[in-house]
Design a protein around this ligand. Structure first.
Ligand SMILES: [Cu+2]
Length: 334
């Protein structure tokens, strides 16, 4: 099978490709709608996990020679014409849509390409994904984050929302390598789901002293797509998405978050929460991290580094126990 020509990428090689075009999401509002053209290549390959195990993934990648899991973050403006072309380099049919926008699903035959065209609708945070053979193509890596900004706005999530000055995606995932192997063989997993790896924007944390610790291409603690950086007052929107199956509790230290949306619905009140539930199977929320002086610190501080982690112990591990190689990052008050 042609498909056995696996891309074999270390997480370093994978993330370097991703970082070339992502990072903190920059956004400049436009007075007029624009046309956004984007191409994703469906590729597959092996990604080495923190315990050295190679796990099979598929991704919406930026070229046919890389494997991006998740796919590159996209951000457009309400009213834009969006043309997303999918080139399927694999030997079997795949599909593509964006969840929650009422769009059609396109199917892309082996070796073929197809374009999904639409006008960007309701502002918010969305998944793009392969919804076919659900949930398996999503779980094996065919997913990414998509955002629509309100027309002409640089600092709101929806019309009249609290404002922010910068924005990030936190896309969580959990991975059962036995399921990925079954999917790679074209079969349906028959074993009980047993997640062994937990990632944030595709990377696991590396504790101090571990190989790759401090490397922004490997370590989720310092990945510029994930770690929050701000000065006091740099109110930061976080678009939180969960591609995995596990329900999570997202906990930030130093500040509480302003909880704006839950699974695509604007909340009637903005609650201040340090811990917010994140449903499994494409749960999502939006929240603002205010970058205020930590209220309980004495003496009062304006700089420092604080963690974000999930309050579900297995998510802080890899390979069934290795602590803390899971879904964590850091928040830098600069
Ligand atoms: Cu905590």
């Amino acid at each position: 099978m042609k498909r056995r020509n696996f891309l074999k990428l270390s997480s370093a090689g994978m993330a370097t490709a991703a970082l070339a075009s992502t990072g903190l999401i920059a956004w400049t509002p436009r007075a007029y709608a624009s046309t956004i053209n984007k191409t994703f290549y469906i590729t597959d390959g092996l990604i080495t996990q923190p315990d050295g195990v190679d796990v099979y993934f598929r991704g919406f990648s930026s070229s046919q020679s890389v494997l991006n899991v998740p796919g590159e973050q996209m951000i457009v403006q309400q009213g834009d014409t969006v043309n997303i072309t999918i080139i399927n380099t694999l030997g079997h049919q795949h599909a593509f849509t964006i969840d929650g926008l009422g769009l059609s699903t396109i199917t892309i035959n082996a070796g073929a390409s197809k374009t999904l065209s639409f006008t960007a609708g309701a502002p918010g945070s969305y998944f793009y994904l392969d919804p076919s053979n659900a949930p398996y193509n999503r779980l094996v890596g065919l997913h990414g984050g998509f955002a629509i900004m309100p027309s002409g706005s640089s600092n709101t999530l929806y019309s009249g929302s609290p404002t922010f000055v910068q924005q990030y995606f936190w896309l969580f995932h959990d991975i059962d390598p036995a399921w990925h192997t079954a999917i790679s063989n074209g079969s349906t997993p028959t074993t009980t789901y047993k997640p062994r790896y937990f990632t944030l924007n595709g990377l696991s944390a590396r504790p101090p002293g571990a190989p790759g610790a401090g490397d922004p291409n490997i370590d989720a603690m310092v990945d510029p797509r994930s770690s929050l950086h701000g000065h006091i007052g740099d109110r930061t929107l976080i678009r939180v998405l969960n591609a995995g199956k596990c329900q999570n509790s997202v906990h930030v230290h130093a500040n509480h978050m302003e909880w704006l949306t839950e699974n695509g619905q604007i909340r009637s009140d903005v609650w201040l929460k340090d811990c917010i539930n994140l449903d499994g199977n494409m749960g999502k929320f939006d929240a603002i991290y205010p970058f205020e002086p930590p209220p309980d610190a004495w003496p009062a501080v304006q700089t420092g580094v604080y963690p974000m982690h999930l309050h579900n112990e297995m998510t802080q591990t890899a390979g069934g126990g290795l602590y803390m190689f899971g879904s964590l990052t850091d928040i830098y008050f600069e």
